[in-house]
Design a protein around this ligand. Structure first.
Ligand code: CTP
Length: 305
């Protein structure tokens, strides 16, 4: 009985979501320009999204827990900041932002993703072998949540070679770390950076700027997103909207059933670990769908070939 009722419920929900979705998408230049300029004037991701030696001098102060604790940038940490903002004076023609949704499983989107000039991925996802055909391999920027270092690599307190070897698949991409988002992230992120340097990895670690994150949170809040924390996916999409002419999103579908086949999906294309409750993924998805409808970005749902 539940099977029938549940299927009816899922198909109703998904049909409602899909009413707003059109495969025949066309970029609306005016809407794209307007949204990009709103984002730029509110958040300045172009030259503020990433910490640099120019925008964050030694002694800069970051506050945590509503001001209960703080951190002053030390010369040692400062020396790990990139000198120049990687996006300044640069725009890319086409960017692919790859979320980790199970919707990518068997999607055959790999080639299309890899054809983008700049490819952004989230949370050091597995690539290669059986995944390549569906998610691609090209990576220009990949984020890493420090909890990955803690859970998978024993906080990098022991042998670090396995961690550095796991980065080979991302070749010389930028590794974007929220090192200054929480005070306790700083030491583990420093160990990650030193491991990358000591083992000669070509990856280029850079830090998210907490000030940019606050501005971006306020930006989306004003549009109705009241989650505890923005998801990595919407942060990457926001950066892409400032630095890319054409933004394509893949792997964004925070629902349990496939939009076309309605069959069950895992949360990720590589496992079924559930989304964190601090995020409001369906609300985020609704906002991204709105941008798709306005021709600001293209959300890819379903298979690619
Ligand atoms: N995503 C999605 N649908 C899913 C899974 C993920 O839209 N079923 C998107 C989300 O925007 C998410 C991104 O893909 O932020 C990366 O996925 P994941 O690694 O699962 O991110 P989380 O661990 O949930 O969280 P965080 O955003 O805190 O890194």
């Amino acid at each position: 009985m539940c099977i029938l009722i549940c299927m009816f419920f899922h198909s109703n929900t998904i049909n409602k979501i899909m009413q707003n979705y059109s495969q025949a998408w066309k970029k609306q230049e005016d809407n794209h320009k307007k949204f990009r300029s709103q984002l730029s004037s509110s958040c300045s991701g172009f030259d503020k999204a990433i910490i640099t030696q120019a925008n964050t001098p030694v002694g800069s102060k970051f506050s945590y827990d509503g001001g209960k604790s703080s951190y002053l940038v030390s010369p040692e940490v400062f020396s790990t900041f990139t000198k120049e903002h990687p996006f300044s004076n640069k725009t890319w023609d086409t960017c692919a932002v790859v979320g980790n949704g199970g919707i990518l499983t068997d999607s055959r989107c790999g080639e299309r993703i890899d054809s983008a000039q700049f490819v952004m991925r989230c949370n050091l996802p597995p690539l290669g072998n059986s995944y390549a055909k569906h998610v691609g391999v090209k990576t220009d920027l990949v984020t890493a949540n420090p909890t990955i270092f803690m859970e998978k690599y024993e906080s990098l307190m022991r042998r670090r070679r396995p961690f550095v070897e796991s980065l080979h698949i991302y070749s010389s991409s930028l590794l974007l770390l929220p090192a200054l988002a929480l005070r306790q992230y700083i030491p583990v992120c420093m160990r990650a950076i030193y491991s990358i340097e000591d083992f000669g990895s070509p990856m280029r670690p850079v830090f998210f700027n907490p000030e940019y994150m606050q501005k971006l949170t306020a930006f989306w809040r004003a549009k109705g997103l009241r989650s505890g924390r923005l998801s990595t996916g919407i942060i990457m999409a926001s950066i892409a909207l400032e630095v890319c002419e054409n933004v394509h999103l893949y792997g964004f579908w925070p629902f349990d059933n496939h939009p076309y086949g309605l069959y069950d999906l895992t949360n990720h294309y590589y496992d079924d670990r559930k989304a964190k409750s601090v995020h409001a993924m369906p609300t985020e998805f609704g906002l991204l769908m709105g941008l798709h409808k306005q021709g600001v970005l293209k959300l890819h749902l379903g298979d690619c070939q």
